[in-house]
Design a protein around this ligand. Structure first.
Ligand code: AMP
Ligand code: MG
Length: 291
């Protein structure tokens, strides 16, 4: 079966054909004849992170004397077609892997003069974002009392908007983690059929901050913290560009920033608007970060 992908994605009925092809329901042999689409693919893949789920190899023209096997070409071109479908379809019901995405964004003690050691979590917000309705159904939000540097620096307050009174006398991290676990159970996120995973902006929250502080306190974090979706990588899958930060992604999607940057709860809400924008591109979220 020979097709020109550049033409196939123009009309809805043709998109359906491409989508079925992508699901490998029919034998596929693709010839890429469009210079534009090849160029687009190159520029996207060159910007992707190494562990991106989209192929990193440049597309090859069938007519050239390439050495690669047919299988390799099929994978490359299928990835390109998948990208093209993502970029050309607006929205539509796409089978998603998770019922809920748990948008998490820690704030921690910090200083501008030197790196605080150890850094400690001072704000622990998580939004339970329903993937189907795209609504936040529940919120876990606690400020956390730091033990090693109980006094916040003026820089930290300036950056995060968290003043001393908001953390003094608040529970410490072990207690907040117990509360969070109870919330996970109450919300039916563990011990039920519901599927969920965390979404963070970058890997710092669950790869660095939480494991480091738990090691310091000699407590074992729950296994559900071991895997997550780094939304920067998902964004790169969709757009072909790896973003510097949250604001980059919001600007790209024309989203209005709400609240204060570096407030954990406001960051969560803004990240969830990016989640919605990416869902509306027809992207299927998958975990892309792990311990
Ligand atoms: P964010 O999720 O980007 O709001 O940042 C999480 C944490 O990283 C903050 O609570 C700070 O502890 C630290 N952080 C972020 N930006 C800075 C900065 N410009 N200087 C020092 N620490 C920062
Ligand atoms: Mg933040």
């Amino acid at each position: 079966m020979f097709m020109t992908l550049a033409n196939l994605t123009q009309r809805p009925i043709q998109r359906m054909v491409v989508e079925n092809v992508l699901k490998a329901k029919v034998p596929l042999c693709v010839i890429v004849t469009s210079r534009v689409s090849c160029g687009k693919y190159h520029s996207h893949t060159n910007n992707l992170p190494n562990n991106s789920s989209v192929g990193n190899k440049p597309s090859r023209n069938f007519d050239s004397n390439h050495q690669a096997s047919l299988n390799e070409i099929l994978i490359d071109e299928r990835n390109m077609a998948r990208r093209m479908v993502l970029e050309t379809t607006s929205t539509g019901p796409v089978e998603q892997k998770y019922d809920y995405l748990l948008v998490l964004d820690f704030e921690a003690t910090c200083d501008n003069k030197e790196k605080l050691n150890p850094q400690e979590i001072i704000e622990f917000p998580v939004l339970k974002f329903n993937v189907r309705s795209q609504k936040v159904e529940a919120v876990f939000h606690q400020y956390v009392s730091p033990q090693y540097h109980p006094q916040l620096t003026p820089f930290c307050t300036e950056l995060t908007g968290i003043v001393q009174d908001m953390v003094t006398d608040q529970p410490t991290l072990p207690e907040v983690l117990r509360n969070f676990d109870k919330w996970m159970i109450t919300e039916g996120l563990i011990g039920s059929e519901t599927t969920s995973t965390f979404v963070t902006c970058g890997d710092w929250d669950l790869k660095t901050m939480l494991p480091k502080q738990c090691a310091l306190l000699d407590i074992a974090p729950k296994p559900y913290f071991q895997r997550w979706i780094n939304i920067k990588k998902s964004y790169a899958d969709v757009t072909g560009t790896f973003p510097k930060g949250m604001m980059d992604m919001m600007v790209h999607f024309g989203l209005k920033h709400k609240g204060r940057q570096h407030s954990g709860i406001d960051d969560c809400r803004n990240i969830s608007s990016i989640v919605a924008a990416i869902l509306n591109k027809g992207y299927v979220f998958r975990e892309n970060g792990r311990l």
